[in-house]
Design a protein around this ligand. Structure first.
Ligand code: SF4
Length: 449
């Protein structure tokens, strides 16, 4: 069913991770491709799509509060309200039907059908949440990028790992891989992007459905695309991080020395209960192999505190591992049971105040570790990709290093989307400070090369 949305304005609001940001770029691209125009906000939109994240209870709570505000708006003015993404997938029955303000629910595998879904939703509520086993190609033509110089490029979707706390295998389905030629084509098509970020829930398990080429081969193919300056990827799973990937990272200077390597817990006992598939010792051995091959590598990680059964000793093991590895950043969370997961079937037995105390202690420890890492860059000249004006004040700008550290710096003009060399003169636990060098490396958009 071909539906024209000409004359309608669409607004997409995103909750969650980079995968969701990229999905929102697709949702906007598909709806604009059907004739819709962009709205500045929900106030002037005919169609509002809320793209959701179900990974943590807190993000779901934020979503419901936002939906409440939209619901109030709908009492005064008619527009179509849709929920997309992970919450749409796992809470579909609680959304359409129980909430008359919601007109459609679209799971992650149904975005290509959105014009038709919107068309039908004008008549009666629609739920579309089926999963297919094959990759659904959306492509560059149906992607409205948020940034001209940095492009998200999905390479796989879903997960087969079933970690005990994680909703993703239920909200995103089982793993499916994008054909390697499509990935390379999208990278080529993103002509102005100097930075490419390959996305997937578990990129290390990538296999090209045609040739069987693994993630190391994919990295090599993307790094070979002319004009790509920085190449990043997220998310990696420690249990499937092969040495071939390490070799590919070391062989290609375009692959940034920054890696998100989720740990979750530093206790082998907890890791086993989480069904993570590696021990503390195996994680540390992988970090050792990575650092021997990539001496400049900066590591980021995810930590959950208060997983069921976590003792003080388990928690101390996590703190000890943080000290031993020296992560440049962590995302840390209190455990919250998610529907459908294995852990949710058992007791959530670590008291809330204990979870809170552990999270505060963990974050304080990390802050001190991180401050030392950031301090070690003072005095160096770093290549920085500008991202625009700094929230820190007029005349200052922000950017990121290859290692993904935030830098706030003085520069004569806005360097957004361009590389500048910044002399680092100071640091804090979350950012570096400095000044752009006048005759430093200033490169241009890929399309101008
Ligand atoms: S690897 Fe585990 S934590 Fe990551 S998406 Fe899959 S199930 Fe979730």
């Amino acid at each position: 069913m071909s539906v024209s949305l000409t004359g309608l304005k669409v607004f997409v609001r995103t909750f969650g991770c980079q995968m969701n940001e990229n999905d929102s770029e697709h949702i906007a691209g598909i709806l604009l491709g059907a004739g819709a125009a962009r709205a500045e906000g929900p106030e002037d939109a005919d169609i509002v799509v809320v793209n959701t994240c179900a990974v943590r209870q807190k993000s779901e709570e934020k979503l419901y509060s936002y939906l409440g505000r939209l619901s109030q708006m709908k009492k005064k003015r008619r527009f179509l309200l849709g929920v997309a993404g992970c919450v749409a997938q796992v809470r579909r029955a609680d959304l359409v039907g129980k909430r008359p303000d919601i007109d459609f629910v679209a799971g992650p595998d149904s975005y290509l059908d959105l014009p038709e879904i919107v068309g039908r939703a004008a008549e009666s509520p629609v739920i579309r949440t089926e999963f297919g086993r094959d990759w659904k190609e959306i492509g560059a033509a149906s992607t409205v990028r948020q940034s001209a110089w940095s492009a998200f490029v999905p390479v796989m979707e879903g997960c087969d790992n079933f970690c005990a706390y994680c909703i993703v295998p239920f909200s995103r389905g089982r793993e499916k891989f994008r054909p390697l030629p499509s990935v390379v084509e999208e990278v080529r098509a993103a002509k102005s992007a100097v930075e490419i970020q390959l996305l997937g829930q578990n990129v290390n398990s990538y296999r090209d459905p045609g040739s069987g080429t693994g993630f190391a081969g994919l990295l090599e193919a993307v790094a070979a695309v002319p004009g790509v300056e920085w190449l990043r990827f997220i998310t990696s799973h420690p249990k499937s991080f092969g040495d071939d990937i390490i070799r590919a990272m070391a062989a290609h200077p375009k692959v940034c020395p920054a890696l998100h390597l989720p740990l979750q817990s530093g206790s082998s006992r907890v890791l086993e209960r989480m069904n993570r598939g590696y021990t503390r010792e195996e994680y540390l051995a992988l970090v050792g192999r990575l650092r021997r091959s990539l001496p400049e590598l900066l590591l980021m990680t995810d930590i959950i505190v208060g997983f069921p059964g976590e003792t003080e000793e388990d928690f101390e093991a996590t703190c000890g591992l943080l000290r031993e590895v020296g992560f440049a950043g962590i995302f840390s969370f209190r455990y919250s049971p998610r529907p459908l997961t294995a852990a949710a079937a058992g007791p959530d037995d670590v008291p809330l105040e204990v979870k809170r105390r552990r999270l505060i202690a963990l974050q304080a420890l990390q802050r001190s570790i991180q401050a030392g890492i950031y301090r070690s860059f003072v005095g160096r000249d770093l290549r920085v990709l500008g991202t625009g004006p700094s929230p820190k004040g007029a005349g200052r700008f922000s950017g990121r290093t290859a290692g993904n550290l935030v830098v706030n710096f003085d520069a004569p003009a806005d360097p957004a989307g361009r590389f500048v060399t910044v002399r680092i003169t100071g640091s804090g636990p979350y950012s570096l400070h400095g000044s752009a060098l006048e005759n430093g490396d200033v490169s241009v958009f890929r399309g101008e090369n």
